[in-house]
Write a new protein. Structure first.
Ligand SMILES: NC(=O)c1ccc[n+]([C@@H]2O[C@H](COP(=O)([O-])OP(=O)(O)OC[C@H]3O[C@@H](n4cnc5c(N)ncnc54)[C@H](O)[C@@H]3O)[C@@H](O)[C@H]2O)c1
Length: 428
């Protein structure tokens, strides 16, 4: 048995499975729980339910320290620290749906000396509310720690190993100490604070990054009217250490399982307290309009889209993941179909996830077969392989000549050299 503290991880999705495997690599026995019986069966059989670079190898290497179950009981029996990594999607109102978190709390046995370590992204005030529920349910032995997660899909394993920071919000007791001890080998700076502040660090961080994206997208839109080139503008801005170059890439807007719902949750959280968070309203609106502007660009070149063949390259919300939650491709495909266009698509890894969410879209098994006889190609997700495309072959395969680079990821001269028309976002 390892010398490291055994832990439980409840919810074995993108965050939970990476967290479980990461702590197992650091030496802990990890008791993983999920209500999804198919997921647990697959994990027990050695499968990995998600596509995440390095995760399959990591899970295989620590397999003997990972224990999977659909029941909470073995986890609570074997571990003091119960990491909660269940989903917290948006409700129709835009508030965070905490039903999965609540189900975990309700399922905990009474009177155990345990700690809930909240990895799920929850609105500020959730910790206090859970502590009240625990008291009402007579579960007095449970401590509560907010430990928000900052890993990024696509580099989640490396992000676990080398976090920029570890945020621990608690009342200063044994549980916070134990969480910090678990993360000590990563060498990450620790921000120890109270529970509401830790909860707010997560929401504010995502809202700030989303704001940066919407800001540069608005700059791109103004560039299109004024003759400036947003990639040059971003390069010049990003060298200012106060600004930094990250999240200054103009494009189709943000998507994914975190930014849309977390920005909306923060806006709603503020609204529920009577504060109107004006800035976030604009961030969300700019992000929505950005996808529609792209449809406008297609119309500018192709006219009416009825019957036009449009090829989407990349479907996942970003490269290096198969996650289709809130992907820009979903809105784009639906808008194009509503305009009467036929949509075909290719993604290196997300097809299975995309098929469930994109009715009427034709799926191709390569970029080149997706663009065959297409009137326009739209780069939606900047997978590296699309940068390497043979543009002469693309030109030959296509019926039309329009390339719309929704991520400013391509080299316009190479695309144009093949006789194609290039249109980016805010680029000359
Ligand atoms: N995905 C990311 O990049 C990321 C990054 C940082 C934070 N987060 C946050 O982490 C949380 C989890 O996100 P995710 O992307 O891993 O979600 P996910 O949907 O991939 O995984 C959630 C898992 O929880 C399971 N689950 C639901 N209810 C359960 C219950 N009562 N008991 C046990 N398991 C249950 C689901 O079956 C699923 O496997 C969310 O709050 C999210 O906002 C996600």
């Amino acid at each position: 048995m390892s010398q490291r503290e055994p832990i439980a991880v409840i919810g074995t999705g993108y965050v939970g499975l990476v967290t479980a495997a990461g702590f197992a690599e650091l030496g802990s026995e990890v008791w993983c729980v999920d209500v999804d019986t198919a997921k647990i069966a697959s994990l027990e059989a050695g499968g990995i339910p998600i596509w995440e670079p390095g995760l399959e190898e990591l899970v295989a290497s620590v397999r003997d320290r990972l224990h999977f179950s659909t029941e909470l009981a073995p986890a609570v029996e074997n571990a003091r620290l119960l990491f909660v990594a269940v989903g917290t999607p948006s409700t129709y109102s835009g508030d965070a749906d905490l039903s999965a978190v609540r189900a975990v709390i309700d399922g905990l046995p009474p009177d155990r000396e345990r700690a809930i370590v909240m990895k799920s992204t929850v609105p500020c005030g959730t910790g206090a509310s859970i502590q009240r529920t625990l008291a009402e349910q007579g579960k007095h032995g449970y401590a509560y720690v907010s430990c928000p997660e900052f890993l990024r899909e696509g580099s989640a394993v490396e992000d676990f190993r080398h976090p920029d920071r570890v945020v621990v919000g608690d009342d200063g007791g044994w549980a916070g100490d134990a969480v910090i001890e678990l993360y000590r080998p990563t060498g990450a700076p620790v921000v120890r604070t109270d529970v509401p502040s830790a909860e707010m660090v997560k929401l504010a961080s995502n809202a700030f990054l989303a704001t940066k994206i919407s800001f540069i997208n608005e700059i791109a839109n103004v560039c299109e009217e004024t003759g400036a080139d947003v990639t040059e503008v971003a390069r010049g801005m990003g060298l200012d250490a106060r600004i930094s170059p990250s999240f200054l890439h103009a494009g189709l807007g943000y998507g994914g399982s975190c930014f849309p719902k977390d920005v909306s949750a923060l806006k709603q959280l503020a609204g529920n307290t009577g504060y109107h968070f004006q800035l976030l309203g604009a961030v969300i609106e700019v992000n929505e309009l950005q996808k529609r502007r792209l449809v406008g660009k297609l119309q500018k070149h192709l006219g009416d889209l009825v019957g036009k063949e449009i090829a989407l390259l990349g479907l996942a919300f970003k490269p290096q993941t198969d996650d289709m939650r809130e992907a820009s491709s979903l809105v784009l495909a639906a808008r194009l179909q509503a305009e009467g266009a036929h949509v075909r698509a290719y993604d290196p890894v997300a097809e299975a996830q995309a098929r469930e969410r994109m009715p009427g879209v034709q799926f191709a098994d390569s970029a080149l077969s997706a663009v065959r006889d297409a009137d326009a190609l739209v780069l939606v997700t900047e997978w590296p392989e699309f940068r390497e495309l043979d543009w002469h072959a693309v030109r030959e395969a296509m019926r039309g000549d329009l390339v719309v680079d929704g991520r400013n990821a391509l080299e316009p001269p190479s695309v144009r050299a093949a006789g194609l028309t290039y249109e980016g976002v805010g680029r000359r």
